[in-house]
Design a protein around this ligand. Structure first.
Ligand code: CP
Length: 321
C-alpha cells in the first residue's frame, strides 16, 4: 500500500481486518517493523482518538511518531495553485510538503472540509496536494470526504462482535442523528464506502429526506427514510450526524425523534450500537444507550489502535521491500 485515503487503496479489506484483530491479540508481534522509520502526524483540526491511537500504533511497530498541530503551531498554509500570497497564508503547500517529506518516511494528515463549497471539498484538494508534493506515503487521519481509519476500525469492531454471535451476515444500519451544528459527511460516507466494499453485511442507511449522501459512496446500500422500519431486526446500528450533501453543509432538521433511545433499540435484534465519538449525549444518543450493555463505543474507540497498526504495517512492508 502506498497511500491510505480511501477503501479503494486497499487490496483486501478482510485481510486488513484480520491483521487488525491479530494485532489486538499480540500488539508487539511486529515491534521491529518500523525501526528507524518516522511518521509525522499533521493536524489541521482537533482530535483525541485519531491522534493518540495512531501514536500508540506506531510505537507498537517500533516507529517514531511526531505530532505537529499545524493549525495552532505551523505557518498558515496556502493550497491554491498560482495564489498571490498577499493575504493570511504564509507558506505554500508546494514549499512545505517537500520539506516534511525530507523529515518523515510517512506523513499522516487530518484536514476537515470547510463545508462551504461542495466541489472544492469533494475534490480532496488538501490531502491530494500533500500526496503530490511530499514524495512519501500519505495516510488520511480524516479528510474532507472520508475517514478511512475510522471505517476500518468499525469493520474490525463488527467482525469482532460477530465472533460472539450467530449472525453470519449481519444487518447493519447507519442512521442519521440530530446535532446542534452542521457536521461533515466524512464518517458516514466512509462507513458506507467500506461496508459496501467489504460486502459481508445487509446494509441499510436511514435518514430524513434531504440528507442523502453522495451516491458514489452509498451505491449498494438500501436507503430507507422511515427510521423505525430501518431499525427492524438490525444487528448493528451506527449512529452519526451529517449535514446535507444536496444543500451543501446545511443543517436542515434537528428532529429529536431521530435520537437513538432504548425505545428504538427495542425494534432491533438487540443491536450493538456504534458511534465514532465524540458524541453529543442526549442529542445524538441517549445516556441509557451509551451507558447500557449494547453500546460498543468504547471498544470501538479502543480498536482505533489496531486499525492504525494494520495500515501502518502495510505501508512499512511496502517501504521495506
Ligand atoms: N473518531 C475520531 O476520529 O475521533 P477524534 O476526532 O477524537 O480523533
Amino acid at each position: 500500500m502506498n497511500h491510505f485515503i480511501s477503501a479503494t487503496d486497499v487490496t483486501s479489506i478482510q485481510d486488513l481486518v484480520n491483521k487488525g484483530l491479530q494485532y489486538k491479540l499480540n500488539p508487539f508481534i511486529d515491534e521491529h517493523l518500523g525501526k528507524g522509520k518516522r511518521i509525522g502526524l499533521l493536524f489541521l483540526n482537533p482530535s483525541l482518538r485519531t491522534r493518540l491511537s495512531t501514536q500508540v500504533a506506531a510505537a507498537n511497530l517500533g516507529m517514531e511518531a511526531i505530532v505537529f498541530n499545524v493549525d495552532k503551531e505551523g505557518w498558515a498554509l496556502e493550497f491554491q495553485e498560482g495564489a498571490i500570497m498577499n493575504g493570511t497564508s504564509v507558506e505554500h503547500i508546494k514549499d512545505a510538503a517537500p520539506v516534511l517529506g525530507q523529515y518523515f518516511d510517512v506523513l499522516a494528515i487530518r484536514t476537515f472540509p470547510a463545508l462551504k463549497n461542495r466541489e472544492e471539498d469533494y475534490s480532496e484538494m488538501f490531502i491530494k496536494q500533500f500526496i503530490r508534493f511530499a514524495g512519501v506515503p500519505v495516510v488520511s487521519l480524516e479528510s474532507a470526504t472520508l475517514h478511512p481509519l475510522q471505517s476500518l476500525t468499525d469493520i474490525i469492531t463488527i467482525q469482532e462482535s460477530l465472533q460472539h454471535t450467530k449472525a453470519a451476515r449481519p444487518k447493519v444500519v447507519l442512521t442519521w442523528a440530530p446535532h446542534i451544528k452542521p457536521l461533515p459527511q466524512c464518517v458516514a460516507n466512509s462507513f458506507a464506502q467500506w461496508v459496501n466494499a467489504w460486502g459481508n453485511a445487509n446494509f441499510v442507511i436511514t435518514h430524513p429526506k434531504g440528507y442523502e449522501l453522495a451516491e458514489q459512496f452509498t451505491n449498494g446500500a438500501s436507503i430507507v427514510h422511515d427510521q423505525d422500519e430501518a431499525l427492524k431486526d438490525a444487528d448493528f446500528v451506527y449512529v452519526k450526524n451529517w449535514s446535507s450533501y444536496e444543500q451543501y453543509g446545511q443543517l436542515l432538521s434537528s428532529d429529536t425523534n431521530w435520537m437513538l433511545t432504548n425505545q428504538k433499540l427495542a425494534l432491533t435484534n438487540q443491536a450493538k450500537i456504534m458511534h465514532c465519538l465524540p458524541v453529543r449525549r442526549n442529542i445524538e444518543l441517549s445516556d441509557e444507550i451509551l451507558d447500557g450493555p449494547n453500546s460498543l463505543v468504547t471498544q470501538q474507540a479502543g480498536n482505533r489502535v489496531w486499525a492504525a497498526q494494520a495500515v501502518l504495517a502495510e505501508i512499512l512492508n511496502t517501504l521495506n521491500q
